[in-house]
Structures are given as C-alpha cells and as structure tokens.
Design a protein around this ligand. Sequence first.
Ligand SMILES: [Zn+2]
Length: 203
Amino acid sequence: MIRLDDPPNETAPVAPVCPYCGSVNVRIWGQSVRRVQDAQTKQVQTLRYACERCSHTFRIYPRGVDRALHSVRIRRLAALIWLMDLSCRDVEDVFNELGVKLNRMTIWREGVKLVDQLNQQNLLNQTRRISIDKEGDLTHRPTGGVVLVLSLSPGKYSVLGTLNTHDPRAVINWLQPIFKGLDIAVTIFGTTEFTGEVSSYGW
Ligand SMILES: [Zn+2]
C-alpha cells in the first residue's frame, strides 16, 4: 500500500539565502496565502524576500509545495501511476475517487517529467520498471502478483491492480528513489516472506 504520511510538524525554519548571489542578508518583502491541493486542500503561506546585496526578490515555498496548484507529492504519485501503465484517464479517475481533482494534462506533463528524471538515473530499463495490470484486481489475487493499493487519507483507498512482479522487495526498491523525500510511505501487507515498511521523510 502506498499512502501519504503526515509531514513532520514545522521543522526549524531555514535561514533564507538569496538564490542569485548567495547572500544571507535578506529581508521579508511580502507574503501571500493561497490554496494548494494535497490529500486535502490546504492554505499555504509563501514568503517573499528581497536581497540587500543584489536587490533581487525571491520566494520561499513551504515544505512540499512549489508554484503549482498541486503539492509535489500528489503530482509525483499521479506521474508514477501513469508510468505504471494506467492511462491519464484512469489516473484521473483514481484520484477523483480519493477526493483529489487532477486534470489529464497535468498527469501527462508530470509523467513525462518523471520519465526524463528516471531515465537520467537509469531506473527505467525493462528489468526494473514495474507496471500495473489493470485487469488483475483483488479477485485475481491467487495468480500471485503484488497488489498495489493507493491511500491518500486514512480509511480511503483505491486498488490500482496487480503488479508484474511477485516480489515485494522489488517493488520497494523501485519505489524508494521515486518517493525519496516526499512523505510517502510504502507498506507491505500479508506476505510471510517479507514484512517491512519504508518511509521517507524530509521533502
Ligand atoms: Zn542577492
């Protein structure tokens, strides 16, 4: 099961550094509040700074958020599931069912971005890539592949299908670099061979 972790409570604020000249001599220039779609919609506050040395202004986003309307981890999950052979439409439906609205264009764009990124890390060769067989849902479980379930909030989940592997460790190994630093946990249930949990913290 892939699920979202609660991000750790506010970590100590990082001292802002000017991305243009590296100076730490910056002051707050303004702030803005807007809505970002994570598992739920949440309000985030973005601070804008001005550099005293080079006069550039820049924004510092809260953990897990950037300028996009969806949080980094929601986009990453959508991209991953698309990459595992579900269509943009299927991915849209899965997220909709779990209460998160995503349009197909976003899914496709994020998917292509993820493909590029994984190719650079050589994580997309045929022996490593894991895909979802959409036809193989829970009723096909006796055939043995690992069943992948997505949960965005406690008690709500969606069965994505059966994977093209019987080895939960292969799944963990493949997902780990993709989820690194995103507060997404992968839990393995119901195998006698392997029980483990991999969590990553720190966006
Ligand atoms: Zn500067």
